[in-house]
Design a protein around this ligand. Structure first.
Ligand code: FUB
Ligand code: ZN
Length: 659
């Protein structure tokens, strides 16, 4: 798909140098990753591996899929190490890799739940127990570590695990597909890293076998019963162990799970969703899956995997359903923040236009999964709408998941909260924190792509790519506060090529100049796609600028960033008549801390009063939006991704607006 270019860096990774992102990536590398490790230790997740590896006495802790959190941490650590190398992180990774190596069975199997608690069983409840999901995260960690360090220790462990999967599942029936997709992505990444087609073949097999389990309802009932029995047995054994080893319970403490308001009939809807297979995207073969359904993270990982697969197999029949499902998601099943999943009981999609801001689940991982999917769609289609959504989710639905301190997190991300939701240090199911960390660490991979000599600029994040000796592209950007961007071409010699610049959907007008001379931007009238949320990425396009570029040429862009009051579609009952305030790529919200004298949920905004103002008093420097109610009371809107950083509060993205 992409071939080598003048600018391509050896790691395919641009180096970030950006006023907004540098401090955040530093917090990710210097605080978040160590905090996460401590939490994994504190909750017994790492100790589980010691029980298997070293025969240590103890009792396995956490959900059956807890291993995946440790592997995802390692994946994040490796990606962070690539741009922020440190001896401390290297030592942690090396020790953990050695531990994983000792815990892995001789034939490549590694799943501490079974190894500790049910040593005689394997691959028992694939729809529910996430064995393949865990192996997938192990394989991803192996690839990331190899890419970051060039070392093969973890890659060899991953290969051993993947070879076991090939041996066990290649040619197996649809019952051998995972209930939580992820391993498909991992196998394709392993194929890309090693060139061995057996991994690609197995990923394809898993994708193609989905939705074909005969009598799925009874299949899942049986698995559910088996999972329940196993779980009861574990609880009983744990209680007996803790009774004789009280220090164990003191040493390893699991925090509570995340909580969220549940809609009426949520339990019944879960039952129906799971029974029909929709929850697992097992309801029909993938080419017939054109509507986003079920668990949102699983859905996003599946779509990502299919898009990756299509790039290798060149099968065009995979692309149409992907595009259709994406359109349906964006137009009918996505919040204005880019959050997906409006039904907490299934951590996933509700019906079209069912977008209640309070009930909103919008799990951080789901937004991240959607970004990975959007990236693959960008690579395939070169339609700017995908990169536009990537940006929107990056700054809103995903960024909200991590606190400014890097050590506190949100899991579900409602668009309104009447209190009771705060950031916490950890969750019983800590899938989101390391997921944010790994995607942030990889930010440099999503900014540019290359095709021969041509360059595509997808994201406006200050960065450099390439080597000064051959050709280097440097970008300076003031996003998300201001729309000015400058690209400098440090070329060794003049060269003809095209730079494709994404014009974001959120900008009203754009001023484009090359070496100070204006360049006309031919922006076709927006396709005017009406979305449920009021955010429509369809207006985004790539503008090609072709010429023979000379060393030192400068491309300057100035994207106008009007404040917009985005109304949801009238079909969305919960927010009918209300608006969400956005500016540039940021969604804004009212938080009670800034608006102590106002009832946030009764505000009637006068949209003509809205003004942007940079404030150094808030969050170390952010652009606020100030406005007034129709009664003249002042309002302060902050970027949504920053809410819940100052203790308990109330918050709303939506306000009533005077017409
Ligand atoms: O089940 C593994 C992960 O934990 C999912 O992706 C999240 O939604 C959470 O359930
Ligand atoms: Zn998550």
């Amino acid at each position: 798909m992409e071939s080598s270019s003048l600018f391509i860096a050896p790691s395919d990774q641009a180096r970030i140098d950006d006023a907004f992102w540098n401090p955040r990536l530093r917090v990710n590398a210097e605080t978040a990753i160590y905090h996460q490790w401590e939490q994994l230790e504190r909750t017994g997740c790492i100790e589980n591996f010691r029980l298997v590896a070293d025969g240590k006495e103890g009792f396995r802790e956490g959900y059956f899929f807890a291993d995946s959190d440790a592997f995802k941490w390692l994946d994040a650590a490796a990606r962070i190490y690539a741009s922020h190398p440190s001896e401390r992180l290297k030592a942690l990774m090396d020790d953990f890799i050695a531990l994983i190596g000792r815990a892995q069975a001789g034939d490549g199997y590694l799943y501490t739940y079974n190894q500790c608690l049910f040593p005689e069983t394997r691959w028992t409840n694939l729809q529910i127990e996430h064995e393949l999901y865990c192996h997938g995260h192990l394989i991803e960690a192996g690839v990331s570590h190899f890419e970051a360090t060039g070392k093969r220790a973890l890659l060899e462990i991953a290969i051993k695990a993947a070879d076991l999967l090939v041996q066990t599942f290649a040619g197996a029936g649809p019952e051998g597909t995972p209930g939580h997709e992820e391993v498909e992505i991992a196998l394709i990444r392993l194929y890309r890293a090693t060139g061995h087609p057996r991994y690609l073949d197995l990923a394809e097999h898993f994708v193609e076998q989905r939705g074909r389990i005969p009598g799925f309802f009874f299949h899942i009932l049986r698995q559910n019963q088996s999972v329940g029995q196993r779980d009861t047995s574990v609880r009983r054994r744990r209680a007996a162990y803790v009774a004789t080893h009280p220090e164990h319970a003191r040493m390893f403490q699991l925090p509570p799970d995340n909580t969220s308001p549940k809609p009426p009939w949520g339990g019944v809807r879960f039952f129906l969703n799971a029974g029909t297979g929709k929850y697992f995207q097992q309801h029909r073969p993938v080419r017939q899956q054109v509507v986003p359904v079920g668990h949102a993270v699983r859905f996003a990982y599946l779509e990502t995997a299919i898009a990756m697969l299509a790039q290798h197999t060149g099968d065009p029949t995979l692309l149409e359903p992907l595009a259709a499902a994406w359109e349906r998601m964006v137009t009918r099943r996505m919040y204005v923040t880019g959050g997906i999943g409006s039904l907490p009981n299934i951590e996933g999609f509700g019906r079209d236009d069912e977008l209640d801001p309070v009930v909103a689940y919008a799990e951080t991982c789901a937004a991240l999964g959607s970004m990975l999917w959007a990236w693959e769609m960008t690579r395939i289609t070169r339609q700017a709408r995908y990169a536009d959504l990537f940006e929107w989710q990056l700054y809103n639905a995903a960024a909200v998941g991590i606190g400014q301190d890097g050590a506190s997190y949100l899991y579900n991300n409602p668009l309104a909260s009447h209190g009771g939701l705060t950031r916490v240090a950890w969750f019983k199911c800590p899938c989101c924190p390391s997921n944010v960390s790994r995607v942030w660490a990889d930010l440099g991979r999503f900014i540019y792509s290359f095709d021969g000599a041509d360059v595509w600029v997808h994201q406006y994040v200050g960065s450099q790519v390439g080597r000064a000796a051959d050709g280097r592209l440097a970008m300076a950007s003031r996003l998300p506060w201001d729309g000015t961007v400058e690209l400098t071409l440090d070329l060794a010699a003049p060269a003809p090529f095209t730079i494709h610049l994404r014009i974001p959907s959120w900008c009203s007008t754009v001023d484009l100049r090359v070496n100070g001379a204006p360049v006309a931007v031919d922006r076709p009238p927006s396709p005017g796609v009406q979305t449920a949320s009021g955010y429509s990425p369809h207006a985004s396009i790539y503008v090609p600028v072709t010429r023979t570029w000379s060393p030192g040429d400068v491309v300057a862009l100035d994207f106008e960033m009007p404040i917009r009051a985005r109304a949801t579609s009238p079909r969305v009952k919960a927010t009918r008549g209300q608006v969400a305030i956005t500016r540039g790529p940021l969604v804004y919200c009212l938080e009670s801390i800034d608006n102590p004298d106002v009832d946030l949920f009764a505000v009637r905004l006068d949209p003509t009063t809205l003004q942007a103002e940079f404030s150094t008093d808030h969050f170390g420097g952010v652009t606020l939006v100030r406005g007034q109610t129709v009664g003249g009371e002042p309002l302060i809107f902050i970027p949504y991704f920053l809410w819940a950083n100052r203790g308990e509060s109330h918050m709303t993205v939506y306000v009533d607006a005077k017409n």
